[in-house]
Design a protein around this ligand. Sequence first.
Ligand SMILES: [Mg+2]
Length: 377
Amino acid sequence: MGGPLPRISDVRPVLLRAPISTPVRIAVGQLQARQAVLVAIDTDAGLTGIGESWVNYPAWGPVERLATVAQGLRPLLIGEVVDDPVRLWRRCGDALHRLALQWGAIGPIYQAISGADLALWDLAGQIAGVPIWRLLAAPRQDSVPAYASGLGPDGVAQQAATAVAAGFGAVKLKVGFGRDTDERNLAAARAAIGAGMLLADANQGWTPETAAAMRPALTAARAAWVEEPFPVDDEPAWLEARPALGLPLAGGENLYGRRQFERWFDQGLLDVVQPDVCKCGGLTAARDILGLAASRGLRLAPHFFGSAVGLAATIHLFAALPPEQRMLVEYDINPNPLRGELLTEPLWNGAGTLRVPQGPGLGVVLREAVLAEYGVH
Ligand SMILES: [Mg+2]
């Protein structure tokens, strides 16, 4: 596309809320509905980029996010030339990082910037006429491998069997619901998946004592990693847990910014690094963080548990990771129309894999009928 680069004419948060019949439970709370805040960035050239900002918890999270996008980010971006997502990231980060510290809202601010950053990468790809994975210098791929996420705490045997039938070679079980439940679910998941890979996610729900008590069951179930065993502000517990658990530790979905990840890498707290493109600062931050992790030989498995927009961005990022260190993309198997129905062409590819979009930018087209059905005004 020749001529002058477009300028940003509007930044619009779009709230979607889809009812679900069975709440999704994790160790720190539950989702009564599936919600997503998309960030649409319009330009004077008629192009619109789309991104997603993580709002799973708390249930009222979208109220804050709509305001932060509209009042915090919009004034920083309106009128800016869409030249480089990294420059625009810095513009937002420079203006809001210290404010976030003062507010005590690093998470919400980075999650909001994430949504805008994904939309800016989408625009950059559209302007260049190439998919984001090409902008990230990835080789062409048609699909990427995924693991089935979001199993438990109820109906684990059935969920695991369904995942195996769908072609997943790896499943992730939520733990942190009490020792009896966790032990029973680990055994049920292992029995259902045979030789497949089993991952366990405590969502910060354990103490070092709980983790030590769980070690035999985790070992018997051959858990390939234990994710977020402890609160992420209890770094000493993580440090002590490594020898006590004797299993690889995974985490990163609740860390923000390069500095925080670097501190965790320096302390050797993680074996598997899991930034979330809708939380950590978007593709710009995730690429930086995963590059740092890769240079230290750590394994890489981006976190994701939202709508199809963020999932598409996660797939582009994953496609650009070093093949020898990348593991799997997280794929939530709980019912969520905002993931399964939002796109004209689904990302689920069958056989435990996800489709790598080949169109410009994110390479996805949103279905107007789904936006209309679940849009909240
Ligand atoms: Mg997790």
